[in-house]
Design a protein around this ligand. Sequence first.
Ligand code: SF4
Length: 437
Amino acid sequence: TQLVTDIICPFCGTLCDDIEVEVSDDGKKIIKVTNACAIGAEKFLHAQSPDRIVRPRMKQEDGSWKEVTYDEAAKYTAKILCDAKKPLMYGWSSTSCEAQATGHMIAELVGGVVDNTATVCHGPSLIAVHDVGIPSCTLGEVKNRADRVIFWGCNPAHAHPRHMSRYSIFSRGYFTTKGSKSRKIIVVDPRPTDTASVADYHIQIQQGRDYELIDALRVALQEGPLPETVAGVPKEKIYDIARLLKSGRFVTIFFGMGVTHSLGKNHNIDIAIALTADLNKYTKAAIIPMRGHYNVTGSGQVLGWQFGFPFCVDLSRGFARYNPGESSANDLLMRGEVDANFVIGSDPGSHFPFKSVKVINELPSVCIDPHMTPTVAVSKCHVPVALVGIEVGGSCYRMDNVPIESRKVVDPPAGMLTDGEFLELVLTEVQRIKGVA
Ligand code: SF4
């Protein structure tokens, strides 16, 4: 066997870059994965699954699947996109920046709407960043400097399992040589989570009252007056937390969907950013969203370079428009405003409301995904592709906007295309149909 080191884990936004994989001498089979958490290791090992689907398939009238070639699948994809007045091209968060860029070229030619999974996770954070900017930092700075860490509405113990050991709680850095003993950890969550169980303080906030508590913390930083309780938290506790934060050398606030998708949405993030700015009057403070899919941050970056907006980009009029709530995937599906559905690198069939999934089921549709997912089940064409970060390399962005190059570890199954290669086939066919070079 041979050991491949310094591998990126292509699962969550922590994008751990210290994975080691033992592969067979012929470089075809993964034997063992070390350093990854259970979910990360499983992604590598799943690439070896004997029941993996390795050829594109079209759904037949009786619901069965018929194997087709990649060329046939590319022709079908190009046709439904070109025939549609307003195709939805959704997902992008579990593929490389290079594949995203090729897909966006197709979207521009066919006048599609490009939306990514931020639409159902950190979209409100992106809207807030437009409104008020963001004082942020890298995870390396958190590791080396942060002595006060808040996890607000997120549970990395389950969703980003190595975040705490590599960066935010247990890791030892230049100014944090005692690891967790160098830091005070605060978890704000209505639930007693596993992350809360390792925190110094668990603030059990009332569900959906984040805005009030963040506002109260801003008041408490200035020792201003507070009512007896805010969001179910006694005022003495709020003053204590404010003093604790002010006494730190470097505060980092990590936040998740408990804040972005509870009452207040982007306004919760506006005010969390304002709290971070306030803290910078007393100490150094930064705020970082806990991004989920390993390259959802990259999708926002690539859309930003190409069209100026990080999600919900509507190209149907030949130029980029951006209006979350109008040009977001779920709103378009539920209002019946799209007439073809293209999914890559995500699984709306599992995560979108039933009403949206029913619409996908009715539309001409394609799903590009290495796995059999609920989205595949409601799509007309399934295109399995090589796994980015395991069977093909590519650029990805970590949750703190640091780009990291993922590496190829093993060969994909014989004859299987990467998503970049498949999108190139679709692009060529779209160019042919549209009569452009
Ligand atoms: Fe992979 Fe995330 Fe686990 Fe790191 S924490 S090994 S990136 S799943």
